[in-house]
Design a protein around this ligand. Structure first.
Ligand code: ATP
Ligand code: MG
Length: 389
């Protein structure tokens, strides 16, 4: 465990970048430092590997003060990844990644073999090995940066806004890749970002810092979203905090209705049997069971539905695997107000109304144990939605 104990950093010009910061960074998990520009995130990260020396306080790893270790040994136990990757422009990709193993005295062949193994691990095609950094896209360069940091298999990774310079789609890919790698390797990762969504997605623990390098809150993301410590944290989390919090609740508890579903070749009897009074729309599926779209029962032609006239059913959610947020999003975007759930093969597993999702949200809040405030006073979402219709 990395323990930051009452650490202050005062730069020679008097700037207090970090102010009596204490954090216990858990092993084999991702701890995210988040906060506005200039709040001391980079300074904190650099104090961990002693690129910056603390003015006061101590940082220890597994109980050992980092000042008692030779700085080279310390840094070799920590991979470091920065924005724009910081690659050596005159070295090929494979040699960039092999840098630290070479410094550790590995033979060229062994270091390159290791580098190629890591390229595969971070999702880089082997054909890129002999290119130079300028011949790669920003996202690919960032992957090289991660591979280089992992090359000597250090127990700790320090990552300073590693994905900030790439577009949102590439960024999401890099985040997913990091989570996958972390599942396999179980590193102790300290990850700096400005982006609260990135923090919530990646962090096992999230430290929110405020300007002046003071800790505002240190908590798992779900708790942060439930119980922001003060107005600063609440502001930082943004206006859609409640919606984002739904990402932490599973859709598994939703009761899916299978009655309002018919196949594209349904007979008149089948359609009539399914179209009960409280079902304004039927979901039509292909013969393979995949959802095609919605229709009012009366508009369906028995035997062969005209699929061109169906209302779109949008992107369905994966029953049980996706969160309540995903289910709610489906319902909100659906022209009928009903969300479609699919199984692992993409076949329609059932449909669920906005009102039923509202009930499930209320239930999840009531049973939630991450918060301490409780949701006894939460509005009746189903009633709110009914009123809105
Ligand atoms: N070498 C330095 N000398 C003096 N002040 C510095 C030095 N390095 C950083 N600072 C100041 O310390 C404060 C924290 O800087 P730091 O780089 O740690 O912030 P940050 O949270 O990483 O910001 P950003 O999100 O913009 O990267 C800032 O006010 C910065 O101007
Ligand atoms: Mg910074």
């Amino acid at each position: 465990m990395i323990r930051i104990d009452s650490v202050t950093k005062r730069y020679p010009d008097g700037t207090v970048a970090v102010d009596r910061l204490s954090l216990e960074i858990p092993d084999r998990a991702i701890t995210v430092l988040v906060g506005p520009s200039g709040c001391g995130k980079t300074t904190t990260l650099r104090m961990i590997n002693r690129m910056v020396e603390p003015s006061e306080g101590t940082i220890s790893i597994d109980g050992r003060d980092t000042r008692q270790q030779p700085v080279n040994t310390l840094r070799r136990s920590m991979g470091y990844v920065i924005q724009n990757a910081g690659l050596f422009q005159h070295r090929t990709i494979v040699d960039n990644i092999a840098t630290v193993p070479r410094l550790l005295g590995w033979s060229k062949d062994r270091a390159r073999a290791r580098a190629r193994e890591l390229m595969e691990r971070v999702g880089l095609d082997a054909s890129l090995a002999r290119r130079y950094p300028y011949q790669l896209s920003g996202g690919q360069q960032q992957r090289v940066g991660v591979a280089r940091a992992l090359a000597s298999d250090p127990p700790v990774l320090l990552m300073d806004e590693p994905f900030s310079a790439v577009d949102p789609v590439v960024r999401k890919g890099l985040q997913d890749e990091l989570l996958r790698i972390q599942d396999e390797l179980g590193k102790t990762i300290v990850f700096v970002t400005h982006d609260i969504d990135e923090a919530v997605k990646l962090g096992t623990m999230v430290a929110v810092l405020r300007t002046g390098g003071r800790l505002a809150q240190f908590a798992p993301p779900a708790e942060l979203l439930t119980n922001p410590a003060d107005a600063f944290v609440e502001d930082f989390l943004g206006a859609d905090r409640g919606i984002r919090r739904l990402s932490f609740f599973s859709s598994a508890g939703l009761e899916l209705l299978t009655a309002p579903i018919v196949a594209v070749d349904a007979s008149a009897e089948q359609i009539a049997a399914r179209a009960t009074e409280d079902v304004p729309y039927l979901l039509v599926t292909g013969l393979d069971g995949r959802p095609l779209g919605w229709s009012e029962p009366g508009a369906l032609t028995a035997g062969q539905v005209d699929t061109g006239r169906l209302l779109p059913c949008g992107r369905p959610f994966a029953a049980g695997r996706d969160s309540l947020r995903a289910a709610l999003d489906c319902a909100v975007l659906s022209p009928t107000g009903w969300a479609v759930a699919v199984d692992g093969e993409g076949r329609a597993a059932g449909v669920v109304s906005q009102a039923a999702i509202g009930e499930a949200i209320r239930g999840a809040h009531a049973n939630d144990t991450t918060g301490t405030t409780g949701f006894a006073g939460a509005p009746d979402l189903a009633a709110v939605q009914k009123a809105a219709r």
